[in-house]
Design a protein around this ligand. Structure first.
Ligand code: BG6
Length: 490
């Protein structure tokens, strides 16, 4: 068995989790810059000054700024995204290491507030434009194809504070300008674009709150999503007009849901969970219209959306060229009482007795990846990319500078084997860019010690360390995998 000729092998990152340099060369702040570090037990907090001038913090998941408050950086807090892993200053070294592994694709994102510091300006920040041009040129030097996420969890803070973020239709206009700038400035340097990272999280994660998620929260989340769908459709159309060779994809947080029992109520719940969590966004972005079950989903929470006739036309005209997704784990759903609950990556469910779990409680399930690939390919018949996958684990830097991570190799080997089987079954899978190919700040917990990389970065959860890079055992293993186009997985 081997992978198709020309298959893309690489790795994935996001600007807010790796660049650092949060206030350098004119960059404006994003929400992640006022978000503290947490852990598997302790949430991350967003910090602010309340209307009476007191410093405050609130859990970042579902955070809503109180009336009259202002986001703020507090002296006694550490904000891990602010310095990230300093990719901003070390990108040449990092891209050289990716090239050494044999990458022919590198997924990264563009920080919106580096190009438009507030988000609502008419002209971009030249220093920001220059930075990404240099990064793309560096990739080209090694024949690495950039795969660029336009929006990866980092709406400029100013837009959050002054416009209420994606609840506001105005955001579409600002995003359109940002996306157009990317497409025109980087023409000839980039071919593959993704409009929004894990767009489906906005609604999917609300189910984690159980009954505490109010109808108002769903109303805002579905509206937020609608505006992002329209912005995404505009981006696809614009991209094709600017360069017909551009290929634009959606990016879905891919969770494979299983029913816990064969109770018909569980089977139906499982179907509805796929619809709400996975198909709702995929259908709009791939088919260009809301699915029939959307009406049921809205009615469940008394949701009434601002959708114009023009929006519906735009959605139709802006369908994506490819389906990309992240895949880390599967989840079990049931209508029966759950005594052993597990959660991870924006979803929660019952523990699966047939699977093992990572130290962060994420189910290890390579077959779930094959299942997802085959199910989704059947639905849309679009080329697919696995643009995130990997094992967040504790690593030890030995005195001699080595890092032995057989657990990571084992995880990836099994996932690659199941990708191969899906390809044999006819899935048009064209790329694999595992997450955090170089250690970076965890999105969920803000930790550094939750490491995914082939490359170790010497930085701890408090921001201490040299930031030096070290090759892990998995680095050499992945190099062999790429050199053999997936044939040598030993
Ligand atoms: C995805 C995100 O949800 O999972 C990434 O697109 C994130 O930004 C990744 O880092 C892994 O999650 P975590 O919480 O382990 O960083």
């Amino acid at each position: 068995m081997s992978f198709p000729k020309g298959f893309y092998w690489g790795g994935a990152t996001a600007a807010n989790q790796c660049e650092g340099a949060w206030n350098v060369d004119g960059r404006g702040p994003a929400l992640t810059d006022v978000t503290t570090g947490g852990s598997v037990k302790e949430p991350r907090y967003v910090t602010y000054i309340d209307k009476d001038g007191n410093p405050q913090k609130m859990p970042s998941m579902g955070a809503k700024l109180p009336e009259g408050a202002k986001y703020a950086v507090l002296d006694d807090c550490y904000y891990p995204n602010q310095d990230g892993i300093d990719f901003y200053h070390r990108y040449k070294e990092d891209i050289a290491l990716f090239a050494e592994m044999g990458f022919n694709m590198f997924r990264m994102s563009i920080s919106w507030s580096r190009l438009y510091p507030q988000g609502d300006e008419l002209e971009p920040n030249p220093k920001g434009i220059e930075f990404y041009r240099n990064v793309f040129k560096e990739c080209k030097k090694y024949n690495i194809e950039p795969l660029v996420t336009i929006h990866h969890f980092d709406t400029p803070l100013y837009l959050e504070e002054h416009y209420g973020g994606w609840k506001n239709r105005k955001l579409i206009e600002f995003y359109d300008r940002f996306a157009k700038t990317c497409f025109t400035e980087y023409k000839g340097l980039v071919k593959y674009w993704l409009t929004f990272n894990e767009i489906n999280n906005t609604v999917m994660f609300l189910d984690m709150f159980g009954n505490k998620a109010t109808d108002q929260m769903y109303q805002e989340a579905y509206q937020h999503l609608h505006y992002q769908f329209v912005a995404s459709a505009h981006a696809v159309k614009m991209a094709h007009e600017i360069d017909p060779d551009y290929v634009v994809g959606c990016m879905i947080c891919g969770i494979t849901f299983y029913p816990a029992t064969c109770d018909p109520a569980d089977i139906l719940l499982n179907r509805h969970t796929w619809e709400k969590g996975i198909y709702y966004c995929g259908d709009v972005q791939c088919k260009g219209k809301y699915p029939t079950f959307a009406k049921r989903l809205w009615a469940e929470h008394d949701v009434h959306l601002d959708i114009t006739e023009q929006d519906l036309i735009d959605l139709k005209e802006g369908t994506v060229d490819l389906y990309t997704f992240s895949y880390y784990m599967s989840t079990v759903v049931t209508t029966h009482e759950v005594t052993d609950k597990v959660s991870g990556n924006f979803s929660a469910g019952a523990r699966n007795p047939y699977l093992e779990y990572s130290d962060w409680g994420w189910a290890l399930d390579p077959k779930g990846l094959r299942y997802y690939l085959e199910k989704i390919y059947d639905r849309y018949e679009l080329p697919m990319m696995v643009v995130e996958n990997g094992l967040g684990a504790y690593d030890t830097l030995e005195e001699d500078g080595t890092i032995h991570d057989p657990y990571r190799i084992d995880y990836m080997r099994k996932h690659i084997q199941d990708m191969e089987l899906a390809i044999e079954d006819g899935v048009d899978l064209i790329a694999y860019t595992p997450w955090g190919c170089i250690d970076l700040v965890s999105a969920g917990t803000g930790e550094m010690r939750k490491r995914y990389g082939f490359i170790y970065v010497d930085k701890d959860d408090a921001g201490n360390g040299t930031f030096d890079r070290y090759r892990k055992d998995s680095f050499y293993w992945y190099k062999k995998v790429i050199a053999s186009n997936g044939a040598d997985l030993d």
